[in-house]
Design a protein. Structure first.
Length: 278
């Protein structure tokens, strides 16, 4: 595995790659969720590039930028064992100049849910993803796929739209959510949870399970499903419970094969999100 920290180095090493590239952008503190993306990229491509970059522009004032878990040594080892060819670990100065222009997330998909709770987050996220995708596409690989988790559903939908709107030559590959055996969706932020909080956090995935049960019983009214989910979430400081279609439009009736059920909330000071695609 080659580790590169500068853009010049990255462009040089990617210029000699032959065949398809699978790219997995991350913020590090890698877990099985990230690893599932890397494994999928590995199985579908000639070369795999992973980036680790805690992107400051997607953190809002007062969020956990400084405290965000950083595990550089362990991450390197995980990437090496997973057969990653190139690990890109740039510095902030490397990725940003002063007074950069920003891409603004479109209102229709950006303003609801995460877009209101973390206003500006998606603008910074799209900014860095656009930069990273352009860097990997720079040497015109014969085929270029980038892997993103459904865990960040709204992010995935916005990136897919950005790639289409800005004609970026990459195929976005959505990847399933990886959970712990007790149902908690894996997240780098789970390390913030105390034992007690972790138990409370399980109600997020339980609420989604409850929604599935209701749908299986042919309850398709989204208002009723939301109310039932909220009952399961009594120990969580709920930010939203929402049912949307794949375009992220609110829906009144579940459309099988075209619905995403999302939940976000705080347990203690830790903000957690989870979702289910049905
Ligand atoms: P992050 O490091 O949090 O920016 O995440 C990097 C990528 O890993 C994103 O595409 C996430 O959606 C994905 N990811 C994070 N957690 C999971 C998970 N539990 N299952 C699947 N993908 C995940």
């Amino acid at each position: 595995m080659i580790i590169v920290t500068t853009i010049d180095e990255l462009l040089e090493v990617t210029s000699s790659l032959k065949g398809s590239i699978g790219f997995v952008p991350t913020m590090g503190a890698l877990h099985e969720g990230h690893l599932s993306l890397i494994k999928k990229a590995r199985s579908e491509n000639d070369s795999v590039v992973v980036s680790i970059f805690v992107n400051p522009t997607q953190f809002l004032e007062g969020e956990d930028l400084d405290a965000y878990p950083r595990k550089e040594q362990a991450d390197r080892k995980i990437c090496e064992l997973a057969g990653v060819d190139i690990l890109f670990m740039p510095t902030v100065d490397m990725m940003y100049e002063k007074d950069e222009l920003n891409i603004i997330a479109p209102a229709i998909r950006g303003f609801i849910l995460e877009g209101t709770k973390r206003a500006g987050h998606f603008d910074g996220m799209l900014q860095i993803v656009m930069k990273l995708l352009n860097l990997i596409a720079y040497n015109k690989p014969s085929n270029f796929c980038a892997y993103f988790g459904k865990k960040d559903a709204q992010q995935l939908v916005l990136i897919t739209q950005m790639v289409k709107n800005y004609f970026i030559n990459v195929q976005i590959v959505p990847c399933d959510i990886v959970r712990d055996s007790d149902g908690l969706a894996l997240s780098s932020r789970n390390v913030y949870l105390s034992t007690e909080e972790r138990i409370k956090a399980l109600s997020l995935s339980r609420s989604l399970k409850r929604a599935t049960e209701l749908v299986m019983q042919k309850e398709f009214n989204t208002q009723i499903i939301r109310e039932e989910m909220k009952k399961v979430l009594s120990e969580v400081d709920i930010e939203y419970v929402a049912l949307v279609n794949r375009e992220f439009e609110q829906i009144d009736i579940v459309e099988l094969g075209n619905t995403i059920i999302l939940v976000a909330g705080r347990v203690g000071t830790t903000r957690l999100i989870d979702n289910l695609w049905i």
